[in-house]
Write a protein that binds this ligand. Structure first.
Ligand code: ZN
Length: 217
């Protein structure tokens, strides 16, 4: 039988609404949200041993490899493990190797994976409505009716939000993520990411309730 779930992995293609779901979870639940992007920036900022290593890698124009990623995630998980808080991982594991390492850091049966499932057409429709500010870079989602940015800048479409680019990005994501979702086949929960953010949030809440994770009081 499975025991307490204390680690959630969030998977979702670019444009699947993963960022919105992560934000919802971080606000409504008493969880510890770890996105690899934030963790990396934090290590660099705090000038930890790992941070210095990361900085050197990035300065050389290289990608942060599995070893550094594994070490960074492990260190951060261990830091909060004693609190008993549920951890939400975003951006990790990206490879089967990382998933295997994670199973050694946390008990395999305490890990569940939530995958936001949206079809390519939906993502294309969403992203094609997305705009960014030419001045400050702020993103405006498909629901946002603003005509100019709050900073006064012009809202434009990014060239990498064009349909062919988006479809390419989705294919790449699928290819890369397939080994990870296959690895988790018996621990993965797929949530349909179609619908409004509120509709998706409701499905996510149902899912967490099913896992015995309660909302923040
Ligand atoms: Zn702006």
């Amino acid at each position: 039988m499975s025991g307490k779930i204390n680690l959630l992995v969030l998977l979702g293609a670019p444009g699947s609404g993963k960022g919105t779901v992560a934000q919802h979870l971080a606000e409504r639940y008493d969880i510890c949200y770890f996105s690899t992007g934030n963790l990396l920036r934090n290590e660099v900022k705090e000038k930890t041993d790992l941070g210095r290593k990361v900085e050197a890698i990035l300065e050389a124009g290289n990608l942060v490899g599995d070893d550094v990623m594994n070490e960074m995630v492990k260190t951060n998980i261990e830091k909060v493990a004693a609190s008993g808080k549920v951890i939400l991982l975003d951006g990790y594991p990206r490879t089967k190797n990382q998933a295997e390492v994670l199973d050694k850091v946390a008990a395999a049966d305490s890990i569940r994976v939530i995958e936001l499932d949206v079809d390519a057409d939906e993502v294309v429709a969403r992203i094609s409505k997305r705009r960014v500010c030419a001045k400050c870079g702020a993103t405006y989602g498909p629901m946002d009716k603003a005509e100019v940015c709050s900073c006064g800048g012009e809202l434009i479409k990014r060239t990498d939000d064009e349909e062919s680019v988006v479809r390419n990005r989705l294919n790449t994501y699928k290819e890369k993520t397939l080994p990870v979702s296959a690895y988790y086949s018996d621990r993965i929960i797929k949530i349909c990411g179609k619908g409004t953010p509120e509709e998706v949030a409701r499905k996510v809440n149902d899912c967490l309730r099913g896992l015995g994770i309660e909302k923040r009081r």
